[in-house]
Ligand binder design. Structure first.
Ligand code: ADP
Ligand code: MG
Length: 584
């Protein structure tokens, strides 16, 4: 047996077979001769075929020294009462019988037949080596388990210190065994268990700074008495430190998320979308209404008309907890599209970062995914996107788990998707899925009455950011700006305002800093190419005339009406009609 359990050791395993049985009528002389010759320890006496007792070698020798010795027979000597055990009985039982009866040997029977003797010496010479071998085995065991093992006795003295513990704490067995554990670890959990006698399991404990162990400690109870405590422990410092760092990072992230949300609330709310024109107020109303639903929204409009501004405002007022994540479909190389959108698992493909990467769609989970310039999405990606949107499930590239999605999709394009569908460059099914609600943003030239508002806003914004004093702008310049067609829409206007402010002099925006194409334009010439219809042209002309007149007359409506040669009520009506609310 590889592992001897001494408790289960049987008498037959260590008994001696060098015994002799003599009939009781044998002469003592012959008996002594025999014993001496065969180096025997005792003689077993048989009387009428029955074992009646035994006589120890020492006793026989003593008697052989007396005078009457030559005539004596074996039955003349008082024999000791033998104790019998069966071959299958344990050594432990033999030991108990010997102790209880104060004898130094027991006789072993097999099926009523004497087969051996178990003497104290057998126990000493045969059992103890086995115990020693077991001890060596135990040592091998606690030196080779990955965990650190420590056993203390009921006085708190270290009895066992495994190699795992040596490694964990850098303390050698020779330094600690036999010493009080408290001297090394004043706060050791084992000492608590020694007091409480209660087991503790899987506790994260820090016996030293920056060292964390997962420890279990059990009281060792024998016959109802505490004899010591055993502990096993595993180093979890790295994991614990990492998870602590993760917790910190998460806390920081939560904090930043709240901050970003607050910032966005201010910056990207509908309240901050500039526009008093009828068409704009109508568009803002529509967007506001759809914001709180989960419907997909497609925002169309020329470049620079505020598509992203609207998308953010919709997300902001949707109350969705998650993030607003924008993907510019025209800016991602086709080969990176999939990994950028879906993310990938570590080792998903050559060249992939070994740690894997989370995709934009997954980041937007719980929030809003903004697919900007959706018209530029490659066809094969359109198919993959459609599948994800339909199934509401996402699988990372190279992954095998699907992640369930709750994403609100807002897309934007300056292209005509319907034409693209007809031409076969945009999937029709995806088009319908994205275009549940359509918001069309007007070009700036379609709401020229908003130009002064934007100019004012951008001047103030730019000056605030650059710690400048807000310069004045003459009605003349404002007029020119309103007359221009702004093909780059609000973005172009914003850049232009920045340019004008930068080159302002004496706290005033200078007319000669206007570029030729704006400055040169004669107020009265109309560039028909820029106009959409006669109604549009009339609208613009009327708005411009009202602005001019109001400026000229210092915002006095009565004088302005006179100047324009129209009744005052007509002027009121037109101001209201064109949403020139700043004059009301
Ligand atoms: N209604 C608005 N109010 C204030 N700023 C706006 C508005 N619309 C657009 N802008 C500004 O104009 C620029 C272009 O807007 P953006 O949303 O990026 O346009 P698009 O996505 O349609 O090209 C941005 O600097 C944005 O802040
Ligand atoms: Mg954009």
């Amino acid at each position: 047996m590889f592992f001897n359990q001494t408790k289960r050791l049987k008498v037959k395993d260590i008994m001696s077979k060098d015994f002799i049985v003599f009939d009781s009528d044998i002469s003592l002389r012959r008996c002594v001769e025999h014993i001496a010759l065969n180096n025997l320890k005792e003689v077993i006496v048989r009387h009428h075929e029955k074992l009646t007792g035994y006589i120890k070698f020492d006793d026989i020798i003593k008697i052989s020294l007396s005078q009457s010795f030559p005539e004596k027979k074996l039955f003349d000597i008082r024999a000791n009462k033998p104790f019998y055990l069966n071959v299958e009985d344990t050594v432990l039982m033999a030991k108990d019988i010997m102790r209880e009866n104060q004898v130094d040997r027991v006789f072993i029977l097999d099926d009523e037949k004497l087969v051996g003797v178990l003497r104290t010496q057998d126990i000493v010479y045969k059992l103890y080596p086995k115990i020693q071998a077991n001890e060596d085995l135990y040592e091998l065991l606690w030196d080779n388990v990955h965990e650190g093992i420590c056993i203390i006795d009921n006085k708190g003295t270290v009895c066992i210190w495994g190699r795992g513990s040596e490694k964990l704490y850098g303390i050698k067995k020779s330094e600690i065994i036999g010493k009080k554990l408290e001297e090394f670890f004043p706060t050791a959990l084992l000492l608590d268990v020694l007091k409480s006698k209660e087991p503790v399991e899987n506790i994260i404990h820090s016996p030293r700074k920056n060292t964390y162990v997962n420890i279990s400690a059990l009281p060792l109870i024998k016959n109802g008495k505490l004899i010591g405590v055993v502990s096993t422990e595993r180093d979890v410092s790295e994991i614990t430190n990492l998870s602590r760092e993760l917790e910190f990072t998460k806390e920081k992230l939560d904090y930043l998320q709240v901050e970003v949300r607050k910032m966005n609330e201010d910056k990207f709310s509908f309240g901050n979308i500039v526009g008093k024109s009828k068409i704009m107020t109508h568009t803002i109303d529509r967007a506001y209404q759809v914001a709180s639903t989960t419907s997909s929204v497609l925002i169309s409009g020329e470049s620079g008309t505020g598509k992203e501004v609207f998308a953010r405002a919709i997300h902001q007022s949707s109350g969705r907890e998650g993030a607003f994540v924008a993907i510019n479909c025209s800016a991602i190389p086709e080969s990176l599209f999939e990994s950028e959108m879906f993310g990938y698992e570590s080792g998903a493909f050559t060249g992939a970062l070994s740690k894997g990467k989370i995709g934009k769609i997954e980041i937007a989970n719980g929030g809003t995914l903004f697919l900007d310039e959706i018209g530029d999405m490659p066809l094969h990606m359109q198919a993959k996107l459609l599948r994800v949107l339909q199934e509401r499930q996402l699988m990372r590239v190279g992954g095998d788990k699907s992640i369930s999605l709750d994403v609100r999709v807002i897309s934007a394009t300056h292209r005509n998707l319907e034409d693209m569908v007809k031409a076969g460059t945009f999937r029709e099914d995806l088009y319908y899925r994205l275009n549940v609600v359509n918001i069309k943003l007007p070009s700036l030239s379609d709401r020229i009455e908003d130009v002064p508002l934007f100019v004012k806003l951008f001047i103030e914004e730019f000056c605030r950011e650059n710690h400048m004093k807000v310069p004045d702008i003459s009605p003349e310049i404002l007029n020119m700006l309103m007359n221009y067609s702004w093909p780059g829409n609000i973005r172009e206007l914003k850049n232009m305002v920045e340019h004008l402010v930068v080159f302002s002099k004496n706290n005033e925006i200078q007319i000669d800093t206007l570029p030729e194409y704006i400055n040169n334009k004669d107020d009265k010439t109309i560039n028909i190419k820029n106009e959409k219809s006669l109604t549009d042209l009339i609208r613009k002309t009327e708005i411009k005339a009202i602005h001019d007149a109001m400026k000229e007359c210092g915002n006095n409506k009565q004088q302005a009406a006179k100047l324009l040669d129209i009744p005052r009520s007509t002027l009121y009506y037109k101001i209201k009609f064109y949403d020139l609310n700043q004059y009301l």
